[in-house]
Design a protein around this ligand. Structure first.
Ligand SMILES: Cc1cc2nc3c(=O)[nH]c(=O)nc-3n(C[C@H](O)[C@H](O)[C@H](O)COP(=O)(O)OP(=O)(O)OC[C@H]3O[C@@H](n4cnc5c(N)ncnc54)[C@H](O)[C@@H]3O)c2cc1C
Length: 330
């Protein structure tokens, strides 16, 4: 039997941010990941708002050194109309996003966690959740008991702990199926910037990466992509019970929007950092458990709701608006 302050399940952006922030607060952390090393995965486009988060996690210099391509904004195509939407600028120049190859991003985050003495156990999945008097007190892994004050679900859309605890997901969009891949050619005509082209049944996304590679994503309304190659279900959903006695859900495990929000990684990092801040207050300043649970639930709801409304408006104003509204049953 082992006992730590925090167990983190999943070493993606949410799990690493939580681990790093908790170690910065002097809490003991063990983090499990299902894979032996970070996998190739989609989702390279990071909003410039990610910069202060990367600085707070102490990885900004490594991210700059990784040589990811930068971009100034996004081309938006609706029917015959093409418009460039810059992120903005200040006296230092335009704000830039990153096209971050995800394996490299995860490696940098995981290494930063390990450097802070997070115990990262790879190629390991939890087998069962340990519950004592309706409180999550840890997980069983490879036949061993790991106990913690807090167990964190950062397993992404698979939401392992949320499913084990049967926490309901609230669906907030029509079914949205996504396919994705990479091409070994540069996209023409968009000045090296990503482009989002709306169609009557969804949208197509292209983002130039380093080395003349282009990432592509296609979203179709009313189709669930799970059955097709590379297909995933990205129907908008969130869990109102995203924190409770002994547990927190972070990142995609707590709430998912489709990639056109361009906030997936940003929100995952923010949820991890905010979780660390709350448990620091619990452990170091004696803030009540019920308070940090309630504050997190409200915070997640407000984040999700703000993004959901913005995105819904985006769809409503696009050629996909009619189909989006017609197929909405929520
Ligand atoms: C096609 C596509 C395109 C996207 N494009 C963008 C984009 O351009 N920009 C953007 O910001 N976001 C994008 N996203 C969303 C973004 O990828 C997610 O929001 C983000 O990765 C969520 O981070 P996370 O840490 O919550 O989960 P993940 O990144 O999914 O990490 C979960 C981690 O948990 C591990 N894990 C899973 N199950 C278990 C288990 N049972 N036990 C232990 N470990 C486990 C996994 O190995 C992984 O390391 C895109 C998503 C898709 C599908």
């Amino acid at each position: 039997m082992e006992k730590v302050d925090i167990i983190v399940l999943g070493a993606g952006p949410a799990g690493c941010a939580a681990s790093i922030r908790c170690r910065q607060a002097g809490l003991s952390v063990v983090m499990f990941d299902a894979n032996s090393e970070p996998k190739i995965s989609p989702g390279e486009t990071l909003h410039p708002g990610v910069e202060p988060l990367l600085k707070q996690l102490g990885v900004f210099d490594q991210i700059l050194q990784a040589g990811f391509r930068r971009h100034r904004g996004i081309w938006l195509k609706r029917g015959d109309l093409s418009q460039f939407l810059p992120y903005g600028e200040d006296i230092n120049g335009p704000w830039l996003g990153f096209q971050a190859e995800r394996r490299t991003l995860h490696r940098i985050l995981q290494q930063a966690a390990v450097d802070l003495e997070v115990r990262l156990i790879r190629k390991t999945r939890p087998e069962a959740v340990i519950l004592e008097e309706n409180r999550v007190t840890g997980v069983m892994v490879d036949g061993n008991y790991f106990h913690a004050t807090w167990t964190v679900d950062a397993t992404g859309r698979s939401a392992w702990l949320a499913r084990e605890l049967k926490l309901p997901a609230i669906i907030c969009s029509p079914p949205l199926g996504v396919r994705f891949g990479w091409r070994n050619e540069e996209i023409a005509g968009f000045e090296g910037q990503p482009s989002l082209a709306f169609r009557f049944d969804g949208w197509d996304w292209q983002a130039p990466l380093a080395g003349n590679q282009t990432a592509w994503v296609e979203l179709r309304i009313g189709e669930l992509g799970e059955g097709s190659p590379g297909g995933v279900n990205l129907t908008w959903q969130w869990r109102s019970e995203c924190a409770g006695p002994g547990f927190f859900l972070l990142g995609d495990a707590a709430a998912t929007l489709d990639p056109s929000s361009s906030h997936g990684v940003l929100t995952a990092l923010m949820s991890g950092i905010f979780f660390g801040h709350l448990v620091e207050n619990y452990h170091r300043k004696g803030v009540n458990e019920a308070v940090i649970i309630e504050v997190y639930r409200k915070w997640l709801y407000l984040q999700f709701e703000q993004d959901r409304r913005r995105l819904r408006q985006h769809y409503a104003n696009s050629p996909a608006g009619q189909r989006f509204i017609n197929q909405s049953s929520y």
